[in-house]
Design a binder for this molecule. Structure first.
Ligand code: AZC
Length: 832
């Protein structure tokens, strides 16, 4: 098979024969049927939710025939497919994406209009499925979108959390979390299949026995079980007639489980047991980058991978399939360590259940898995205590021990006498307690290990897994992350998309993003720059309107929009951004800078903090407090505005990013694996102020030094600074402006005179400053001055911004998929 490239929209037209709805009349009929017979209401009596659901179901009809055809073709071809295993999918709203994929938007708009309804209002009715925390979950959603658009067979497996990422509100500036009841009003995008439920076991013990061929074998005697019910979601390709599947598992009690207790006569206990089972898929853990070794989390991980493997072996593959050929049919991509328990599970299935010999099973397993690492933070590398694993999955623990034993024998043979290396490479560690290092297990078992940006892959090889990369140099590779241009420009930025299409002459760029290069010459055309600026200005108006209704925030529209949106984490350094804002403000207060000389800016934040991450929540409170003070201080004369809309999510990102002028990507070098927000901003014509970290490095190389504001220490300098014994207090004492800035916070200026209010943040910065915000402060201020100088020349700024757009084609997730296919998966594309 040739390696696939994105299929152009030349495939099936929106008006192909499979689609039941082509004309406005057909749409109106389909919609009214869904409303009358699906919802059981007349148009006059229908609620907005009825209308939204009827609309979604009418639209999804247009995808269903293609979906079935895709599955039939796939079965016919018996080709290798990608099984993407991810605990998170941060999908964003579905309706718009389905309209875009089918090309139905105009027909629907007209039809609704004729009925006196507004598409915009119905769109707003959808609660986005927030089944992810941040970058890792959104990446999975972009990847499945690209694979469908490229006609590559893929099934995404995950968990149908009843509650996704929490809904954030602010009370007195403090984050409070509310449960995300995203399913409460019904979900028209899912197809439950309880008849295909699979059973997953937990607990108990193991025993050895002699099989009928006289071989010594082991079997698992589990203590309890739950069922996984698959819920299928359509993943439509962009106008290519292909629809892939996302299969999310929901937990429920098994009948056996119930019956045992019912028979014991305890009705109440039986119902409680159901709740116990359902708990497994109840809620997404809201920790991003700092997993906690909670039993329920391990249950979730095993639950979804056990369901998914069984689904592959028993439903996807034909009957009597020879499992020796499994690697020719499927590659399980492990999205970080969350699904790594799939490795011993496949070994268990092959050895214990299918009776294979260990070595044969191991050879198959090694070819069927590949592992993506998404972090460099040591605290983010998942470990599971042996005690917990042994209690919940005793057979898997034995298998992990055996994998480790055989592997360590190999290492011993390769490095005789090197006990220290042996201990370093062991899957099992004894500190701080005896536990299993999941990243090591994934590395040993996986056919490939990849990082998510060039720098990250290098650091992963040299710093995180150096012993393994020395032992298996060819196992390690890089695939730089990407973003789907369908959602993150075509849908979210219609103004810029139209301008690009007009300029390039057709829409082919949506599936061939490198074609944005053709915009380069237009960067020097004043008329084009003017149109580009008009698009940005209109996007600011739209955002201001959205924030006014959504959050009651008043935003000026004629100023620079300086945006920092991402999870709240110390390594991402929202505090550094905050120090910049307080510095500008302090310079006005102290008279160092005349207010007329301050460049007007709006600073926009969006960030959720993990609920138990104390200091992150304090930082949120401080941003809100500074915002309140600055926004209401007449001395500032409206030149500085701080806006922090609550509950940043995909829907809000789609509004914020197209309106941004400046993208803040200011993590400490060597800490952000990649970043993908950085790519979305560049693609939408914001300039980046950023450190030499993650994918910033590649963005800067592509867009050019002149079109990127680089600052801060490089990764080796960071290491050296820490090695020398970094002292944040001395940085503070030696920089009068920094001192004045921090002192202003400490004085209680932002907390009604309460000097203790933000003491935790201050002492964190002055006492430890783990991520060297103070060390990069001066360089950051200097870079911000370069930003201001550049922004003062609108024509030049637009030129730079246009070049950012033109040179961002590389960051399409279509390109990431080509790299995964060439370097790791070797899967074909299937034409319809
Ligand atoms: C994130 C990284 O922090 C981010 O830099 C990267 O762009 C993204 O993954 C996608 O690769 N990592 C996580 O979210 N990690 C975990 C464990 O949640």
């Amino acid at each position: 098979y040739p390696s696939p490239r994105p299929t152009s929209p030349g495939g099936l037209s929106p008006y192909d024969k499979d689609a039941p709805i082509h004309t406005v009349d057909e749409f109106i009929n389909g919609f009214m049927d869904e409303l009358n017979f699906g919802r059981g209401v007349s148009l006059a009596r229908s609620s907005r939710n009825d209308q939204y659901i009827a609309l979604s179901k009418a639209v999804r009809q247009n995808l269903q025939a293609r979906w079935m055809k895709t599955l039939a073709r796939q079965y016919e071809e018996q080709a290798k497919s990608v099984a993407y295993l991810s605990a998170e999918y941060l999908l964003g709203r579905q309706l718009d994406n389905a309209l875009l994929a089918t090309g139905m938007t105009d027909v629907v708009e007209e039809g609704l209009d004729a009925l006196g309804l507004s598409l915009d209002r119905l769109r707003a009715q959808e609660t986005e499925p927030g089944l992810g925390n941040g970058g890792l979950g959104r990446l999975a959603a972009c990847f499945v979108d690209s694979l469908a658009t490229m006609s590559v067979p893929c099934i995404g497996y995950g968990i149908r959390y009843e509650y996704g990422i929490f809904r954030q509100e602010f009370e007195d500036g403090w984050q409070v979390e509310h449960s995300d009841r995203w399913l409460a009003l019904g979900n028209p995008w899912e197809f439950p299949h309880p008849e295909h439920a699979v059973t997953v076991h937990f607990g108990g013990s193991t025993e050895t026995y002699t099989d009928d061929r006289g071989r010594e074998r082991t079997r698992w005697l589990p203590a309890w079980d739950v069922q996984g019910v698959p819920y299928n979601y359509m993943v439509p390709g962009y106008r290519n007639g292909r629809v892939n599947t996302l299969r999310l598992w929901s937990a429920r009690a098994t009948r056996a489980f119930d019956l045992r207790i019912f028979n014991a006569g305890d009705y109440v206990e039986a119902v409680r047991a159901q709740t116990f089972a359902e708990n497994i898929s109840k809620v997404l853990y809201p920790e991003d980058s700092t997993p906690q070794g909670k039993e329920l989390r391990l249950q979730q991980q095993y639950f979804f991978v056990a369901c998914s493997l069984r689904d592959q072996l028993e439903n996807v593959l034909p009957k009597y399939f020879d499992l020796a050929n499994l690697p020719d049919r499927v590659i399980f991509q492990l999205n970080d360590t969350h699904p790594v328990i799939a490795i011993p599970e496949l070994m268990r299935l092959l050895v214990d259940e299918k009776g294979m010999e260990w070595d044969d099973a191991w050879a198959i397993t090694q070819k069927c898995f590949a592992y993506t690492c998404h972090t460099l933070l040591p605290e983010a590398l998942e470990v599971w205590s042996v005690e917990l694993l042994g209690k919940l999955l005793p057979r898997h623990l034995e298998i992990i021990y055996k994998i480790n034993e055989i592997f360590l024998d190999e290492v011993r043979a390769a490095y005789p006498g090197d006990e220290i290396k042996l201990r370093r490479m062991s899957i099992i560690t004894d500190h701080p307690e005896r536990s299993v290092r999941m990243a090591y297990l994934a590395t040993i078992a996986g056919s490939k290990v990849n990082g998510v940006a060039a720098l990250h892959s290098e650091l992963l090889r040299d710093k995180v897994l150096p012993d393994f990369s020395a032992y298996w140099p060819d196992k390690f590779t890089n695939v730089t992350n990407g973003i789907t241009p369908r959602r993150f420009i075509r849908l979210s930025n219609p103004g810029l998309s139209d301008l690009i299409t007009q300029t390039l002459g057709d829409e082919g760029w949506v599936t061939d993003l490198e074609r944005l290069r053709e915009l380069e010459p237009h960067a020097d055309d004043p008329a084009f720059r003017e149109k580009f600026r008009q698009v940005k200005a209109a996007n600011k108006q739209t955002l201001a309107q959205v924030l006014s209704t959504r959050d009651n925030i008043t935003l000026p529209t004629d100023v620079m929009y300086d945006v920092m949106v991402k999870r709240l984490h110390e390594y991402k350094r929202q505090t550094l951004k905050l120090l910049h804002i307080v510095t500008l403000y302090e310079q006005i207060l102290s008279g160092k800078v005349a207010v007329e000389d301050v460049m007007p800016r709006a600073f926009l934040f969006g960030a959720k903090a993990a609920p138990g991450y104390r200091i992150a929540k304090e930082i949120i409170a401080l941003i809100n407090a500074v915002g309140k003070t600055v926004n209401n201080d007449p001395q500032v004369q409206g030149r500085l505005t701080v806006a922090f809309p609550a509950n940043y999510n995909v829907t809000l990102a789609e509004r914020l990013i197209p309106a941004a002028d400046l993208s803040e990507q200011i993590s400490l070098a060597g800490k952000e694996a990649s970043g993908t927000g950085n790519m979305k901003f560049a693609l939408n014509g914001a300039l980046t102020i950023g450190t030499d970290d993650g994918a910033n490095v590649e963005i800067r190389q592509l867009v050019g030094d002149d079109n990127f504001f680089l600052f801060g220490m490089l990764e080796p300098e960071v290491e050296a600074t820490i090695a020398e014994g970094y002292s944040p207090v001395s940085v503070y004492e030696n920089n009068p402006q920094l001192k004045a800035t921090i002192d202003l916070i400490a004085s209680g200026h932002f907390s009604d005179g309460d000097r203790n209010r933000f003491e935790p943040v201050i002492s964190n910065l002055l006492g430890e400053d783990r991520f060297l915000a103070l060390a990069d402060y001066a360089a950051y201020l200097e870079a911000q001055q370069r930003v201001e100088a550049a922004y003062a020349d609108p024509d030049d700024w637009s030129r730079k911004a246009i070049l950012n757009v033109a040179r961002s084609g590389f960051f399409s997730s279509d390109r990431s998929m080509v790299d995964y296919i060439d370097r790791i998966w070797h899967t074909p594309a299937i034409t319809q």
